[in-house]
Design a protein around this ligand. Sequence first.
Ligand code: ADP
Length: 550
Amino acid sequence: MSSYPQSPLMGQMMSQPLLISSIIEFVARHYGGNEIVSRRVEGDLHRYTYRECHQRARRLANALHGLGVGLGDRVATLAWNGYRHLEAYYAVSGSGAVLHTINPRLFPEQIVYIANHAEDQCLLFDLTFLPVVEAIAAQCKTVRHFVLMCDRERMPKDSKIPDLLCYEDLIASHSDEYTWPLFDENSAATLCYTSGTTGNPKGALYSHRSTVLHAYGSAVPNALNVSAADTVLPVVPMFHVNAWGLPYSVPLSGAKMVFPGAALDGKSLYELFESEKVTFSAGVPTVWLGLINHALQNKLKFSTFRRTVIGGAACPPAMMDTLIDVFGIEVVHAWGMTEMSPLGTCGGLQSKHMDLPQAAQRKILQKQGHAIYGVDMKIVDDDGKELPWDGISYGHLMVKGPWIIARYFKDEGGEVLQDGWFPTGDVSTIDADGYMQITDRSKDVIKSGGEWIGTIDLENLAMGHPAVLQAACIGVAHPKWDERPLLLVVKRPGMEVGREDLLHFFDGKIAKWWMPDDVVFLDALPMGATGKIQKNKLREQFKGHCLPTA
Ligand code: ADP
């Protein structure tokens, strides 16, 4: 695939393709006794070792071969974070097929759309999703085999799905003798669809090479900093951008893995963190809300949990403060997107920051962070002219690197790159030290009187108020200014705050013209399939909202 010129003198190193199978082979051989613990849909805790995981992945690879799955064929999953899902990660990609992780929180018609678009040949799914799969099976035109990820006892007596296969039977009936095939490292390995808040979802088709490089790049100390001394609990789902690559970077590091299954409430997570001595975790801000509230309400502390990565949406500073100051947990703020495998930047301090006062250090940590090796970025204005890295100028954030898509699957959307850079759709600043800070998504930014108001700042400020649990800021049409900010707030249970008090709380903390024109209190905010607030829904709901005149 390389179109670069060759030197007359080429290096003389072994040529070994970067393949996903090499990660499971490595961990099984060198950290084979380390554990993978999973809370199962069946309710119990399952534990085994990387060695056993490797063995079962090889059985599954044989089984897939038996089902006629070949190189490049798509095998879909609808599954929680668990050991069987991990086996599929390695068996499918390792054997040369393409793992297509489907987000079960999508509407059934969206699932049908992407299964058909991907031309999935097989669908492996957890018991939880049996009703969904029964409802859509007939519409998934290309799926030849449906496999229920459970044992024989739990198989339904009569299912509407024709020839429904049992995962455990399939594994048991195949040998673990299997040699992972070697093929071009640029072959497709996994397929993830964007959540498609506007238009149909589009597929990002990762290669073996991009996945292995992303796993390497994300494990280093400046990024996730995972080592064999860690116990890692990925809260971020394996059906959302491959759980930020943790199913690869954790085994690559030899760390113990703990999977929470479907139990993502604060109490269940807390119990698992404590019983399995978890040291490191990763997830979107909304999951931490549940865990933090559970711990605060019950006056609990964490005995081993030391570091967490928060990303996917802006980490509110108040949440970061609570995690650091109350629980002593280091917070790494990270940014990325499906099109980037997903990791782009990670927060953290450099040696020159160590003597700064705590408040100044916190300001740095609150930024979305520094590019990790493998990702280059720049900000440009509407005409594509590069903007300075001064921490003030903001513009369209562009990225490039070996784990960033060059196009969408089946060329959906046509040419996506601009002069070789991928436009992220985010608006940000970059400071002189290279720290990037997201101002907003370009489609969420509020355009008021020709100027931009970033909604993330306003939301973060609101969430700094003790009575505010969640906040979302949207632009609402205004006759004079085009758009003005409307703040939508969910109060903490049992706590009170009024419109005037909340607006007063903003006084002196933002420019006057950034002040929201109105506040509406809601019982809940609409959440999308990836745990993010759906601002498009809010914009639709409040499009006729009449702002009070000052
Ligand atoms: P989608 O939400 O469409 O499924 P992704 O899950 O790939 O897409 O989300 C990517 C987007 O999420 C980014 O472009 C950015 O807008 C937002 N995002 C991710 N991490 C952060 C962060 N730390 N702070 C603010 N926004 C973030």
